[in-house]
Design a protein around this ligand. Structure first.
Ligand SMILES: [Zn+2]
Length: 427
């Protein structure tokens, strides 16, 4: 099957960051040609008046929490956790699948093609991701047994999940580690051992709040990243979510270890964690930084378009510097840099021959996107585009959203199921 996406403004995200008018040829699950393409494809998609760009990559989600959207707003983190944990404790695996499906539909409609998810019952999340047709790097949460509501040992559950889901084309099973506040040295090191044995990626929450950092310091005398470095845990290719309360020494330790940071500006601001992640210092020290939305109870969307804009504005306001975190860098953080964070830079993150056909088309005919031309296309994407301007979303050469219609599943039916499940779960 070959498809020619014709006549769009291609935001390639190649090494020159070229934005060119032209065509993208897709053969099977890969991009085979970009530019003025002469071909006789099976199908032609008219993309004139649209941006054709790589699908976005969300590097920190708890996608199943879409069912808990807006259940604990405008309260302190402690109250927030109390409320979300109480609902979480009642949830069935089916609720996890329904919530994940809802989140995947929202992502498909807002141009996200890959998610790095962090939860338990990830087998249910995997079914939802696969059914909707997105690409999922899915991490089963590991923590000390005494802190969990999971049945059985979390590390064993994670191992079983990895072993059982290795060969699903759109799914990559990985490891999630909750954080220093619920994980002993043994748990961290057991997770590392499993990651090495299974050659898989590790993600973890780190230094999200001042409370977490100070409590850990009281207990161990060390800040979280210093501690993870000292116990020999930090590993090349890890993804650390949040990283708000970091010293420059910790930023350097992350850089040296080759750990990427998933920056979650909206969640951090909304929960009033206090402080702003030292992202400019991360760039200066060579840390790879990507973006994540976090879950729907703390964001309350999975929309990476607004996340890019918030990220940029947060740092500009904080540093009194309009040049910090420019639009191009924000786009890199949800495409190329995100692909690098998950070890997929050879196959995702740009529109170039040989890469997977994870592509979106953003409609630029609406009032909020006019004028769009090559010179301002990236700025419009970051600062002006509403996420519902996403017209088409394709993963591995297969449409998930086409002309604003979800084509892989019965969306109205699934939305009704989600509404009913939420009504039962949340009083
Ligand atoms: Zn999180």
């Amino acid at each position: 099957m070959s498809i020619l996406v014709k006549g769009g403004l291609i935001v390639t995200q190649n090494w020159k960051r070229e934005v060119v008018k032209g065509d993208v040829l897709i053969e099977g699950d890969k991009i085979s040609d970009v530019g003025h393409v002469k071909a006789r494809p099976d199908e032609i998609i008219d993309a004139s008046g649209g941006d054709v760009m790589p699908g976005l990559i969300n590097c920190h989600t708890h996608v199943a929490m879409a069912l808990m959207r807006s259940v604990a707003d405008d309260v302190k983190l402690e109250k927030f956790l109390e409320r979300t944990f109480a609902i979480d404790a009642k949830r069935t695996p089916e609720d996890v699948r329904i919530g994940a499906t809802l989140g995947c539909l929202e992502m498909a409609r807002s141009g996200t093609t890959t998610l790095l998810d962090f939860y338990y019952s990830e087998d249910e999340v995997a079914n939802a991701v696969e059914q909707v047709g997105l690409r999922g790097y899915l991490g089963w949460t590991v923590l000390d047994e005494k802190f969990t509501t999971q049945k059985g040992k979390p590390i064993k559950n994670c191992e079983n999940f990895i072993k059982g889901h290795k060969n699903r084309p759109l799914i990559k099973p990985i490891i999630s580690i909750q954080g220093v506040y619920v994980c002993s040295d043994e748990t961290w090191l057991a997770a590392r051992e499993l990651a090495t044995k299974e050659s898989t990626l590790c993600q973890y929450h780190v230094s999200e709040t001042r409370f977490e950092v100070y409590e850990h310091q009281k207990k161990t005398g060390k800040r979280p990243v210093e501690y993870l470095s000292d116990i020999g845990f930090l590993g090349k290719g890890d993804v650390a979510a949040h990283g708000v309360w970091l010293t420059i020494n910790e930023v350097r330790q992350l850089a040296k270890a080759g750990v990427s940071v998933a920056h979650c500006p909206v969640s951090n601001m909304k929960l009033a964690s206090g402080g702003v992640a030292p992202v400019p210092e991360m760039f200066a020290e060579g840390v790879n930084v990507c973006l994540g939305t976090d879950g729907c109870s703390s964001n309350n969307t999975l929309d990476l378009f607004s996340e890019m804009k918030f990220a940029s504005l947060m740092h500009k306001a904080h540093r009194w510097d309009a040049g910090v975190l420019p639009a191009q860098k924000c786009l890199d953080m949800v495409t190329l840099d995100a692909a690098k964070a998950i070890g997929a830079e050879k196959k995702l993150g740009s529109i170039e021959p040989g890469k997977r056909a994870d592509i979106i088309v953003v409609d630029c005919n609406g009032a909020s996107m006019i004028p769009t031309r090559a010179e301002n296309a990236v700025s419009n994407i970051v600062y002006a585009s509403p996420s519902h301007a996403v017209r088409d979303t394709m993963v591995d050469g297969r449409f998930v959203l086409r002309d604003w219609k979800i084509v892989t599943v019965d969306e109205p039916k699934l939305l009704k199921t989600a509404e009913d499940a939420a009504a039962k779960l949340i009083e």
